[in-house]
Design a binder for this molecule. Structure first.
Ligand SMILES: Nc1ncnc2c1ncn2[C@@H]1O[C@H](COP(=O)(O)OP(=O)(O)OP(=O)(O)O)[C@@H](O)[C@H]1O
Length: 647
């Protein structure tokens, strides 16, 4: 150690990746933003062709959301348009009187009735527009609500198989992420277009009455405005498009850095610096893009304003020529200027909202086609009510193929389950156990073959009714953001005695006893007063949920994967006791073969087929796959001889 000399500053340890960030791989477009480019590419002809059907469908939705508000909104907008036309006519009257020959006081007196008329029309237009805006504001959330509820009603009713279909899932995602919001936007933009159209019609009507030559003049004045509006709308979409990639990455980073599920690993793997560096890099890129777009926008705006100014000069020149030749009176020319300005504003609003309706309409279309797709996947109306109980369940040559898969997950599987029996399904990973349990639970219908309760084919009965009579302790159970009580009782009625019983069987009462508010504790840490549980504690609640159903069939798919050895043993014993005590049938899926040995009958699956079945003793004697798996597992618990030999 040097004393008294200058100490070299210590070099700060750079964390790996700190300078450059994570360098995310290129991310494809979010699926719900897939139409982002279409609006920039669409011509006005394409926009015009699609608009009528879009508007019609949006108004059908509005009609379902609230008929009165829809009618009020339309009527008030039309009435406001009529008030605009009236105000324009009154303006012409005022100018005619004011610009007539004679002393000024007399001209002012003569103009007063027309002025009063103008003031009344302007006031009425203001009131009607405010009323129309109010009705529109009331309608928008109602349309969004109807659109969302319709989507959720269908997604919770479609057959479970639909969620294994990539196309369906993709459509759902797009409809939910963008389509629902766009439904209300298409509706309100359609109203804006209607308002623009009515104002334009009012301006045209008034100009036609004042002098026929004024209509072509309006068109001349409006053309540059239309071009500028269209260019401005395109710039807006190009801007959005340019930001999509960066924005997508930024959102992904936002999520990674703020989500609870990633918070521990960000710290364990010291990811903070690379993540922040990537974030800073992206933010800089987004700001650069915005600057470039702002520059382009300024140029287009300048060009648009110059063209509109030139058109106005043209209009004024034409009006001047008409005045000079005596073809038009000064008062008429004055009113024409006002009407032309109104027309210009109307067309600008009309084109901007038409362009935006077109883009929103693409996403709205996604929403509507998803609804059609979901309706096609609703279970067929049940021919018969579901049986409440059974003596025997028969699976007869059931084959099941997941959507989009070439190989069947189950092939010609047959088995029987009697009341009071514990049936075990055993096999290596991917052999088809969970798929078979879902067929038994009425969640999937076999592609061919049948699952019957005492001869009643479950494919023919009301599936929702059937599920009330089946309890499932699922391998991948949900952590419901509800109270502990609701996590067990779910949609069944509250029954404190049954709840205590189910909790005791599943050993969940010990979990709940330790919670501050017992059964009324909220199991979601994201909310005030909420708590989280350990994996094993969640599993005990999931087991209690299965027992609480009190159904004639209980399906337990890997019910002990997260449990400690003592809890596991207790639960398997409880499952067997449950079958004996209640007479229910239990289907047990587990890789813990020591617990399977107690089952009344064991079915061994391999590549989707049952390759052997029998009692534990019969299967061990057969020396097949079961015996092999059992022996491998049992030998893991025996200490190697070498270790037991002492010198
Ligand atoms: N949703 C799905 N879509 C497509 N294929 C699936 C789906 N779920 C399962 N499979 C396939 O079906 C086959 C059977 O899967 P299953 O989950 O029934 O097996 P398992 O015996 O329960 O496996 P494990 O012991 O790992 O839980 C596997 O080949 C699996 O890849």
């Amino acid at each position: 150690m040097r004393i008294g000399g200058k100490q070299k500053p210590k070099r700060r340890m750079e964390e790996p990746g700190a300078a450059t960030g994570l360098v995310l791989p290129p991310l494809a477009e979010f699926k719900w933003q897939r139409h982002a480019g279409a609006a920039t590419r669409a011509g006005w002809a394409g926009v015009g062709r699609r608009l009528p059907s879009l508007v019609a469908r949006a108004f059908r939705l509005a009609w379902r959301a609230d008929r009165l508000d829809t009618v009020v909104c339309l009527v008030l907008n039309v009435a406001a348009g009529i008030a605009t036309a009236t105000a324009l006519v009154a303006t012409a009257g005022v100018l005619e009187r004011l610009l007539a020959a004679g002393p000024t006081p007399e001209r002012v007196w003569a103009a007063l009735p027309a002025l009063a008329w103008l003031a009344g029309a302007a006031l009425l237009r203001g009131v009607l527009s405010a009323g129309a805006g109010w009705a529109q504001a009331r309608l928008e959330p109602k349309v969004a609500r109807v659109a969302e509820i319709e989507l959720l009603e269908l997604t919770t009713r479609v057959e479970l198989r639909a969620f294994d279909d990539e196309g369906f899932h993709d459509g759902l995602h797009r409809a939910y992420m963008r389509g629902v919001d766009e439904a209300q936007r298409v509706m309100s933009l359609s109203v804006d277009m209607l308002t623009g159209l009515i104002s334009l019609a009012a301006a045209c009507g008034v100009l036609g009455v004042l002098h026929p030559v004024l209509i072509p003049l309006l068109i001349l004045a409006v053309l540059p405005e239309a071009w500028a509006a269209s260019a401005a709308a395109r710039i807006r979409y190009v801007w959005l498009l340019a930001l999509i990639t960066g924005d997508r990455r930024k959102r992904m980073l936002d999520w990674i850095m703020t989500d609870r599920s990633t918070s521990a690993e960000i710290r364990s793997y010291t990811m903070r610096r690379p993540l922040l560096a990537e974030y800073a890099h992206l933010s800089a890129h987004i700001v650069d893009t915005q600057m470039g777009v702002a520059r382009k926008q300024a140029w287009v705006r300048l060009g648009g304003d110059a063209a509109a100014g030139a058109a106005i000069v043209g209009v004024f020149t034409a009006l001047g020529a008409l005045l000079a030749t005596g073809a038009m009176e000064l008062a008429v020319a004055g009113a024409a200027v006002v009407a032309i300005r109104t027309g210009q504003n109307a067309i600008s609003n009309l084109l901007a909202s038409a362009n935006r309706t077109y883009e929103s309409g693409l996403y709205f279309d996604d929403y509507l086609s998803f609804l059609d797709r979901a309706r096609a996947r609703l279970p067929a109306p049940a021919a018969a009510p579901a049986p409440a109980d059974f003596t025997e369940i028969t699976v007869d040559r059931a084959t099941f193929c997941y959507p989009g898969q070439d190989t069947a997950a189950l092939t010609e599987v047959s088995l029987r389950i009697r009341k009071g029996q514990v049936i075990a399904l055993v096999g290596e990973n991917g052999s088809g156990k969970t798929t078979l349990s879902k067929l038994l639970a009425g969640l999937y219908t076999p592609t061919s073959g049948t699952v019957c309760w005492d001869g009643t084919d479950l494919a023919e009965v009301d599936t929702e009714g059937l599920r009330h009579h089946i309890g499932v302790i699922a391998q991948e159970h949900s952590h419901w953001p509800l109270t502990a009580r609701r996590n067990v009782t779910m949609s069944s009625p509250d029954d404190p005695t049954r709840l205590e019983g189910a909790a005791r069987v599943a050993d969940a009462h010990a979990v709940v006893d330790n919670l501050d508010h017992g059964w009324d504790t909220l199991l979601d840490k994201r909310y005030e007063g909420g708590v989280d549980l350990s994996g094993g504690q969640w599993q005990r609640l999931a087991a209690a949920r299965g027992f609480y159903r009190d159904a004639p069939l209980l399906i337990c798919d890997e019910p002990t994967a997260a449990l400690d050895a003592r809890a596991e043993h207790k639960l398997f014993t409880a499952i067997h006791d449950h079958a004996r005590a209640t007479g229910s049938a239990v289907v047990l899926i587990t890789h813990r073969l020591a617990s399977v040995a107690m089952a009344d009958h064991i079915h061994v699956l391999d590549a989707g087929r049952i390759i052997e079945h029998g009692t534990h003793d019969q299967l061990m004697a057969a020396q097949g796959l079961y015996a092999e798996l059992y022996t491998i597992q049992a030998s893991a618990y025996q200490r190697p001889e070498a270790e037991t030999v002492h010198d």
